[in-house]
Design a protein around this ligand. Structure first.
Ligand SMILES: Nc1ncnc2c1ncn2[C@@H]1O[C@H](COP(=O)(O)OP(=O)(O)OP(=O)(O)O)[C@@H](O)[C@H]1O
Length: 309
């Protein structure tokens, strides 16, 4: 459905997209995950022909995407980071206005607007003006305005930034529902939990290019980390650290402020082996937990830095 090849976008000397390649297929909830400044919004803006780029090609629905490709634009719904609604119009009127840009038939439009209102759970707020809405409700309105015309492709750029957990869950559930109803979705975020929860395929971006892509499971299989074990309130001497470092399957050890963090390759009994060792040395400790790899581990291993700022 979307083919982006070798896309380069510069802002003066800054290279925001550095030979970006992306393929997105019909039916996916495609997640673009990356830290602040990695180029997600720039990529979306180029895809929508809102920004001129320096090099590369973008195809959408099998045609080149250009500023005057209105046929393609009609089939796209956009929910951008900044809420863009009219303060002079009520909730209902706002959604009706945006839907009216695509659907002129009044009867058909009424049904679409009603569907969108139900969809984001704004039934009780139809007559309210945006200024009276909380941040979370305003975001939901922003989404309803972007998706009411039931587009084939929906692009959402960080729709949950600064949203309360209840609204966030509602938004995430809604995105999955839209996908089931037939829309392909591109979802950008720097929240890896959200991306993991809803996306069927993920591209991790850093410095304007894709550094890894696949399903969440595929991405996690690409890395060495199979398990991260944390032990709190533990006092260890250098000799212990050396012993622990040489336990089977341990490939990285971090010890600071009496917290031990061990990264192990995917193997059974890593935790038991560590606990047996601590017991054999009469070492006391507080909380212990073992975690499976996260997308942050994928990012950390590939780039050497955390996904979060
Ligand atoms: N209009 C602009 N002029 C100059 N530099 C820009 C402009 N827009 C973005 N940049 C820079 O381009 C890089 C990519 O920014 P972009 O907003 O695409 O990243 P992002 O991954 O969407 O980040 P965020 O999660 O913060 O939205 C950053 O270094 C940013 O500072």
């Amino acid at each position: 459905m979307i083919h982006i090849e070798n896309l380069v976008k510069r802002y003066g000397d800054l290279v925001a997209l550095n030979h970006l390649n992306l393929d997105i297929h019909e039916g996916e909830i495609f997640g673009l995950l990356g830290p602040n400044g990695s180029g997600k919004t720039t990529a979306i803006n180029c895809l929508l022909s809102l920004l001129k780029y320096d090099k590369g090609t973008i195809e959408i629905f099998g045609q080149p995407m250009t500023p005057d490709n209105y046929q393609a634009k009609q089939q796209i719904g956009i929910v951008l980071q900044n809420v863009a609604v009219f303060d002079e119009l009520t909730v209902y009127e706002n959604i009706d206005y945006f839907c009216g840009l695509y659907v002129s038939d009044k009867k058909k439009r009424k049904k679409l607007v009603d569907d969108a209102i139900r969809f984001v759970g704004l039934e009780d707020y139809c007559k309210m003006y945006p200024k009276k809405l909380s941040g979370g409700l305003l975001r939901r309105l922003n989404i309803a305005c972007g998706i009411a015309h039931k587009p084939r492709l929906i692009i959402m750029d960080e729709p949950t930034v600064a949203v309360d957990p209840q609204s966030r869950n509602k938004i995430l559930e809604g995105i999955q529902k839209l996908n089931v109803q037939g829309s392909t979705i591109i979802y950008t975020s720097h929240y890896m939990e959200e991306i993991e929860q809803i996306c069927t395929r993920i591209a991790i971006m850093d410095h304007g290019r894709v550094i890894a892509s696949g399903t969440s499971e595929e991405l996690k299989k690409m890395i060495k980390t199979g398990e991260t074990i944390t032990v709190e309130a533990i006092f260890l001497e250098e000799k212990h650290l050396q012993d622990i470092r040489s336990l089977p399957h341990v490939f990285d050890l971090h010890y600071e402020n009496q917290i031990l963090i061990l990264r192990c390759t995917g193997a059974q009994h890593n935790l038991i082996r560590l606990l047996n060792y601590l017991q054999s040395q009469d070492i006391t400790f507080g909380r212990v937990f073992s975690e499976l790899p996260t997308l942050n581990d994928v990012f950390l291993e590939i780039t050497g830095k955390q996904l979060r700022d």
